[in-house]
Design a binder for this molecule. Structure first.
Ligand SMILES: Nc1nc2c(ncn2[C@@H]2O[C@H](COP(=O)(O)OP(=O)(O)O)[C@@H](O)[C@H]2O)c(=O)[nH]1
Ligand SMILES: [Mg+2]
Length: 240
């Protein structure tokens, strides 16, 4: 049996982006399926996904939740579904075209040929590979990642990245109910727990391009969760 991959995309109001990203992903590689986890977006994102499900039989899937409940909880629902449906490689990426779907094949090479357990699409391996973000947002993200590295000593330069590939083995080792954070801190927590379990993490350079369509869902609550969450993660790890 061919090793199947699933690309999980959380969405909230991504009606302008979702069709394009789905089409790119499934046209690049026919072992890639797509799972969208939509939080009842008022702009009708899920209707567009349903239409894509009709066009691309058995390659596109949708989990529709009642209300906006955060990125982390969307991913947890997606991960559970992916593991139950026996995918060998599980990827996460944003809907807004900030992450280039062509990179997925490079991520796969790292997981299959180079035997890494987790691949992290990284903006900060060599300087800053971010296009069209306001300087304020680059500073926030860059220093947030520096802060994470200092507090946790995890050797990852882009811990808040949301463009990730996991092997089934690595992902299934995580007790999803024990993942507590929901915003950027969710991304940090996943990497931190996998690193602590001695899985092999590989950072792979990507170019992150700011969205052209739709709006960012980043807010202060998400930033505060990350700032205090990192300290909490570190302290909790002493008791494990
Ligand atoms: N299902 C779901 N998706 C979300 C939620 N918040 C953000 N997203 C999605 O997560 C991805 C990243 O969010 P985005 O606003 O682009 O964050 P930014 O790139 O850091 O500004 C996008 O695909 C969003 O639609 C949420 O509460 N629920
Ligand atoms: Mg974005």
């Amino acid at each position: 049996m061919i090793n199947k991959s699933i690309i999980i995309i959380p969405t909230f109001n991504e009606s302008e982006n979702i069709e394009l990203i789905i089409n790119k992903i499934i046209s690049i590689d026919d072992s890639n399926d797509v799972l969208v986890v939509d939080d009842n977006s008022p702009d009708g994102t899920s209707e567009i996904v349903k239409n894509q499900i009709n066009i691309h039989d058995n390659r596109v899937f949708l989990i529709k939740r009642d209300k906006k409940s955060g990125l982390g909880s969307a991913y947890k629902a997606g991960f559970k579904w992916a593991l139950e449906n026996n995918y060998s490689y599980i990827f996460e990426m944003d809907a807004d075209m900030s992450h280039d779907p062509y990179e997925i094949k490079n991520f796969k090479i790292q997981l299959t040929q180079n035997k890494y357990d987790v691949v992290v699409g990284s903006r900060y391996i060599d300087g800053v590979s971010v296009v069209n973000w306001p300087l304020s947002r680059i500073f926030l993200s860059y220093f947030a990642n520096l802060y994470v590295r200092i507090i946790t000593s995890m050797p990852i330069k882009d811990a808040t990245s949301g463009f990730i590939g996991y092997t089934k083995n690595a992902l299934s080792s995580i007790e999803l109910s024990e993942i507590k954070f929901n915003g950027y801190a969710f991304q940090i927590e996943m990497k931190f727990k996998l690193w602590k379990k001695n899985f092999k993490l590989k950072e792979h350079q990507i170019i992150f391009v700011n969205r052209k369509l739709g709006k960012s869902k980043m807010n202060h609550k998400i930033i505060f969760e990350a700032i205090f969450g990192v300290i909490k993660l570190k302290i909790n790890s002493f008791f494990k």
